[in-house]
Design a protein around this ligand. Structure first.
Ligand SMILES: *Cc1c(COP(=O)(O)O)cnc(C)c1O
Length: 379
């Protein structure tokens, strides 16, 4: 069994993808070819956001957004303690200070209550200037933007949505990547919408920021690329990747989102019977793109043993994430402004199971049955 079945996806889309790639190879416009613009238009339609700017990867997307807002030394960027490293790496790379907030163990997303405590503590300490709330749509579910948005507005902070794992998710009828003042995503192969290498995108309704981001992506270009009006960088999506993504986006919207939700639903129903396993919670009116299907194991369960047992049955699993960000060596000495109980708990108990739109019911049953067997043997 594959953790995320990308080979089956390619087999399903092979003729269309091969043709799309072939067209680019024949034209040889490998950078800034016409598919890049077409993809940006399609992504903007899909998310309902006015501007989409593609770039080289999801980490660059975060850095570009922060640079567009002039975030740097002395600024605080509020980041959940339980997420992929990039979410905190990007503000640090800009010279700003990532300030960690705790998460809720039901959704794995930023806790609005912790966010507010942390903002107040930073304000009363008076050393850093609060600038940005960087919320993450972890494992596919959008963060609680009603509460987080209110807090950001109350304290005059910009909201940056890290939708690297959230693309395709929704709150009500609003799509992930439409909640932030700027939102970002990643097209790393294993993300909900992945390409065949690295890729990323930014989304915003703000005309000025969109223009600035377009310039920053291409060496700070002005009216044309040989006029440079600011220091930017080289961060573009390849035409080949855009061509692949145009094929994949169609499939994503038409079948994959629904299929992966059916897989998650099957998991939730079967795992409900196993008391040592807590299935992920969806908030009301929330729709996940299931970047990961992550469960929380009971205190008595030895996670390593369960992983070994599943591995022997041919079932790969992953621990996303084994360490809270504040414990990463790169952030040694960081100041904590709240207790990170939720993040600590999730790191110790979380386990991500194989999940993709191409997983069939028998595979889901095999995973659930094998977990049930393990628990029974152990009791
Ligand atoms: C993958 C990921 C990123 C970074 O994306 P890359 O394209 O790999 O640079 C950022 N944030 C989160 C939450 C991610 O999962």
């Amino acid at each position: 069994m594959e953790f995320r079945n990308l080979k089956k996806q390619y087999q399903t889309l092979k003729s269309e993808i091969d043709e799309a790639v072939g067209r680019v190879l024949c034209r040889a416009d490998f950078v800034s070819g016409k598919e890049v613009g077409e993809l940006e238009h399609a992504l903007s339609e899909f998310t309902g956001v006015r501007h989409c700017i593609t770039c080289a990867n999801g980490t660059d997307a975060l850095v570009l957004a922060l640079r567009a807002w002039n975030v740097g030394r002395g600024d605080a960027v509020f980041v959940p303690d339980f997420t992929f490293f990039s979410s905190a790496e990007a503000p640090a790379l800009c010279g700003a200070t990532p300030v960690f907030t705790d998460i809720g163990t039901d959704t794995f997303n930023m806790s609005p209550a912790s966010l507010e405590r942390v903002i107040q503590a930073v304000i009363s300490e008076g050393k850093l200037v609060p600038k940005v709330v960087l919320a993450v749509d972890l494992f596919g579910q959008p963060a609680d933007y009603d509460a987080i948005g209110r807090i950001a507005r109350r304290y005059g902070l910009l909201l940056l949505e890290d939708g690297a794992q959230g693309f395709g998710g929704k709150r009500g009828e609003k799509r992930a990547c439409s909640f932030g003042d700027i939102a970002t995503t990643s097209f790393f192969p294993a993300k909900p919408l992945g390409c065949y290498g690295d890729g990323g995108a930014l989304f915003t309704d703000h005309d000025g920021w969109a223009a600035l981001l377009r310039s920053l992506c291409v060496h700070g270009k002005g009216m044309d690329k040989y006029e440079n009006i600011r220091i930017g960088t080289n961060s573009r999506l390849d035409t080949l990747q855009a061509a692949v993504l145009l094929v994949k986006l169609k499939q994503f919207a038409e079948t994959e989102l629904e299929a992966v939700n059916a897989v998650a639903q099957a998991y939730r129903e079967s795992l409900l019977e196993i008391e040592e396993v807590r299935v992920p919670c969806l908030e009301e009116h929330s729709y996940s793109s299931w970047a990961q299907f992550s469960v929380l194991l009971g205190d008595q369960v030895d996670r390593g043993e369960l992983q070994e047992y599943l591995k022997d049955a041919g079932i790969p699993t992953m621990v996303y994430y084994p360490k809270p960000l504040h414990e990463q060596a790169a952030f040694a000495g960081c100041v904590l402004y709240d207790e990170m109980c939720g993040a600590g708990y999730c790191c110790g108990h979380v386990l991500s199971l194989p999940c993709s739109p191409y997983m069939d019911r028998q595979e889901v049953d095999l995973v659930c049955d094998t977990i049930a067997q393990f628990m029974k043997k152990r009791r």
